[in-house]
Ligand binder design. Structure first.
Ligand SMILES: Nc1ncnc2c1ncn2[C@@H]1O[C@H](COP(=O)(O)OP(=O)(O)OP(=O)(O)O)[C@@H](O)[C@H]1O
Ligand code: SF4
Ligand SMILES: [Mg+2]
Length: 333
């Protein structure tokens, strides 16, 4: 069955306009050959450290940015080939919830108007009228009818994010890109907002691309996980597989750093990554993780060469998953 969203080799290189790499015609490889899919009604968790290219991926999918290369298909249709009227339809079917609910709402626009805005922009009049639809949406996300004429500054962070979710739902989308929708919220409120998103998915069948920098946020929520590092996907798979038996050294390191609910839990298995994140303007050749990979220094020279040669591809972007999982680091005969 064709997945709802298919992303193949998606690439976004930003030209460098200042600094050392400018004269050399350098580029920032924000997204560098990313491939994944999202099934109808499913959730893909896209996780990785700050600056790895998560939001750029989301913006490319929203058509807020033009890809440098690669393909995005919704229901099998290549979106770069859509005509203007079809693009409007695409914009209805794919919506976004942003990280910071305060800056994504206009302080001078009432909550009711903010939720109605996508309907008015698309010139859609729902059967019972715009106002009734907005009231339904407010009810759906747990806002009271008297909130309609209030302004964003009168709301808590969690309530503002509910407004953002109601606005994203206004056009009955098939896919919502949630770009770190809970990372600006208190932990207790995070759980409420995630529960709300899960309820909405159960009721409407909407799919989510859920962006997070913390694996624990997506663990109980996503059907599949894709782990991103320096513009590339390091590992992807079903959530249970990735959490139960991570195979890429980066995923293993991230998982070992996930906070344990029990403070007395054994922390001896924690893998600490050395060094800083390399610049996306000058990533390592071959495997982009090699400068911080805990497995790389343990490899014998013949195996190590592979890491600097061709970039590893596939669902697990590592040439040496056997060693990452604990096998001897010598060349197999
Ligand atoms: N418009 C732009 N021009 C130049 N570089 C950009 C632009 N947008 C993003 N970048 C760079 O691309 C890289 C990826 O940025 P992006 O915002 O996608 O990361 P992220 O994973 O969402 O990070 P965070 O977790 O901090 O939100 C970063 O190095 C960033 O500085
Ligand atoms: S390919 Fe080499 S450097 Fe890259 S993750 Fe695997 S072992 Fe580490
Ligand atoms: Mg981001």
């Amino acid at each position: 069955m064709t997945p709802l969203l298919e992303v193949t080799d998606l690439t976004k290189h930003f030209p460098i306009r200042s600094g050392a790499f400018r004269s050399a015609g350098g580029v920032i490889k924000a997204v560098d050959g990313v491939t994944f899919s999202v099934g109808a009604g499913q959730t893909l968790g896209l996780v990785g450290e700050s600056g790895c290219g998560k939001s750029t991926t989301g913006r490319l999918l929203m058509r807020l940015l033009e890809p440098s290369f690669g393909s995005i298909r919704l229901d099998g249709r290549e979106i770069s080939e859509l005509r203007r009227s079809e693009l409007q339809e695409y914009r209805r079917r794919v919506q976004m919830v942003f990280q910071n609910p305060s800056s994504s709402l206009n302080p001078r626009q009432s909550v009711g108007s903010a939720i109605a805005a996508p309907l008015l922009a698309q010139r859609i009049t729902p059967p019972g009228g715009v106002r009734a639809k907005v009231r339904d949406l407010m009810d759906r996300v747990g806002l009271r009818p008297d909130h309609y004429n209030r302004f964003p500054h009168e709301f808590s962070g969690g309530q503002k994010q509910r407004v953002g979710i109601a606005r994203a739902l206004a056009l009955d989308p098939q896919l919502i890109i949630c770009d770190e929708p809970v990372s600006a919220l208190d932990v207790s409120v995070q759980a409420q907002v995630i529960n709300l998103l899960e309820d909405i998915q159960r009721d409407t069948g909407v799919a989510y691309l859920f962006i997070a920098h913390d694996l624990s946020v997506v663990k109980h929520f996503a059907d599949r996980i894709a782990v991103m590092y320096l513009g590339r996907i390091m590992e992807q798979g079903d959530t249970e597989e990735v959490f139960g038996a991570p195979r890429h050294p980066y995923t293993r390191a991230l998982l070992s750093a996930v906070p344990q609910p029990d403070p007395a839990a054994d922390r001896s298995g924690r893998i600490r990554l050395s060094g800083d994140l390399p610049s996306p303007a000058d990533p390592p050749r071959g495997c982009v993780f090699q400068s911080r990979c805990p497995v790389h220094p343990r490899l014998d020279p013949r195996r190590r060469e592979l890491c600097t040669g061709s970039a590893p591809s596939g669902d697990i972007a590592c040439h040496h998953t056997d060693v990452a999982a604990g096998a001897p680091a010598t060349t197999p005969r």
